[in-house]
Design a protein around this ligand. Structure first.
Ligand code: HEM
Length: 460
């Protein structure tokens, strides 16, 4: 039986948001962590595209479908705020990050931050990243039980410290602890017990945040005065049109958020692509052929454009597993979503992961098939939205595409791999999605001429 979230104002013509009773406080949190698609499918069948449930102690309105997501992300009537949507989830750990800002504050910070993501800056980051990725990937060791996820996480963290931070001192041995601090912060986001109690995730997250702050503050004075082209140095020297700069606190906040935004999202995307290419050798070989055809150096954007198969593989992998399966919002006043009345101060979940698996837009949605991205237009502007939409669209989108392309490009040129376990990879959705088993593959070094498929064509 459906229970309305709130009664619509008389004469409004709006429907109440339907929903069901569930376990007190925890509600559907655990079911979401296990399998959000199964949970949403059930909600959709029972109540339609807009319904409410309880998650971690509060009512949450789940919006399923491209139209609803478009309405929320484009936010034309400014009814949806980011700050209070994300804050209950990741606030204490990623406070001061761009994604947690609204209105004028967001506009001002985004304008300034955008200067760190221009074409010229991206070219600098790319030039720094390319040799690091090439070397790091080549050093991966063949293994019949190679775990992709932790290896990729190490790689992206190493890149982040070089490209984002400008490197660390040779005798600074805190990187493992920094990595652990990120994980603690991100995982605390969905802690069931949100109290600062010993041994709890929340406490570990808070401790992680303090560790990251002190780590960055140690390096900040040098970045302010240096001439580095890393993101940290760029942020430390940015000025707006009035000559205003970010304060020390703002730089540390932005850095912690950016490191987090860049790290786990790219890691899960690389990991999904490797997993899928291991299960689809024909696509692996197609991508490899293009990677050998363009040569080793892909720092030039024109050269990367030729990796059309890899680009399709990335898009399809982002479709099958969106690194941000859900985007949080908060209603700033009474409003309407797809004809339903939603009162002020309600948590909203926009759900790209659902849209990406919606058969309306994606026939046979559970099948991984990069040929969906063969250049034809999207079936709906919001049918594919891994990088979000509206004013909060991902600022690091182009950076991450370059980073991911380069990792896969070098991997394809150095290795071949298969996935020994035919069962689907078990994904945990506690925070950002990650493979519970670390994503095992059988990784073999590529014998360049014997392992590659013979060239196709009349002379072959
Ligand atoms: C595959 C990789 C990535 C994915 C799928 C991704 C996804 C997203 C999404 C969906 C949002 C919007 C959140 C919302 O509307 O609430 C977002 C925001 C953001 N992302 Fe990314 N991201 C990725 C990589 C990166 C990287 C590498 C960086 C930085 C270098 C970055 C920086 C940001 C920032 C700063 C925002 C906030 C933008 C704003 O609120 O104005 N992201 N990202």
């Amino acid at each position: 039986m459906a229970h309305p979230l709130a009664t619509p104002p008389a004469g409004s013509g709006l429907f109440p948001v339907p929903g069901g009773r569930s376990v007190p406080w925890i509600g559907t949190t655990l079911r979401y962590i296990r399998d959000p698609l199964a949970l949403w499918r059930e909600q959709y069948e029972a109540y339609g595209p807009v319904s409410w449930t309880v998650m971690a102690g509060r009512p949450v309105v789940t919006v399923l479908g491209a139209e609803g997501c478009e309405q929320i992300l484009t936010n034309h009537d400014k009814a949806f705020g980011n700050k209070d949507g994300w804050r209950p989830l990741i606030g204490p750990f990623f406070d001061g990050g761009l994604m947690l800002m609204d209105g004028g504050e967001h506009r001002k910070n985004r304008r300034l931050l955008q200067q760190a993501f221009t074409k010229e800056r991206l070219a600098d980051y790319t030039a720094t990243m390319h040799p690091l990725i090439e070397r790091a990937v080549r050093e991966w060791q063949p293994d019949s039980d190679f775990r992709v996820y932790p290896a990729t996480k190490n790689l992206t963290l190493g890149l982040a410290t070089e490209v984002f931070m400008g490197g660390v001192d040779p005798d600074d041995d805190r990187l493992d602890r920094v990595n652990a601090a990120f994980v603690d912060c991100v995982q605390a986001a969905t802690a069931i017990v949100r109290l600062n109690v010993p041994g709890g995730r929340w406490r570990r997250g808070l401790r992680g945040r303090r560790y990251l702050e002190s780590f960055l503050r140690d390096y900040l004075p040098r970045r302010r005065v240096g001439s580095g082209t890393d993101l940290f140095s760029v942020l430390a020297r940015l000025e707006d049109e009035n000559g205003e700069r970010f304060s020390d606190d703002a730089i540390v906040d932005h850095m912690i958020f950016l490191l987090m935004a860049a790290h786990d999202t790219s890691t899960i995307t690389v990991s999904t692509m490797i997993d899928q290419l291991g299960r689809h050798p024909e696509w692996q070989e197609r991508c490899r052929e293009q990677s050998f055809a363009v040569g080793e150096d892909v720092t030039d954007p024109e050269v990367r454009l030729q990796l059309t198969d890899l680009s399709a593989v990335m898009k399809e992998s982002l479709r099958i597993l969106a690194p941000l399966p859900t985007m949080a919002r908060w209603t700033l006043r009474d409003t309407e979503i797809q004809g339903h009345f939603v009162p002020a101060d309600t948590m909203i979940a926009a759900t790209p992961h659902w849209t990406h698996h919606d058969a309306t837009w994606w026939p046979d949605p559970e099948t991984w098939d990069p040929s969906r991205f063969d250049g034809r237009p999207l079936p709906h502007k919001y049918a594919w939205q891994p990088f979000g939409g509206g004013v909060h669209t991902c600022l690091g989108q182009f950076f991450s595409v370059v980073e991911i392309t380069m990792v896969l490009h070098h991997l394809l040129r150095n290795f071949t791999w298969t996935v020994p376990n035919p069962a689907a990879t078990p994904i945990d959705f506690t925070s950002l999605p990650y493979p519970r088993d670390g994503q095992p593959i059988e990784l073999r070094r590529l014998e360049r001429f014997s392992d590659r498929a013979a060239p196709v064509g009349p002379s072959a």
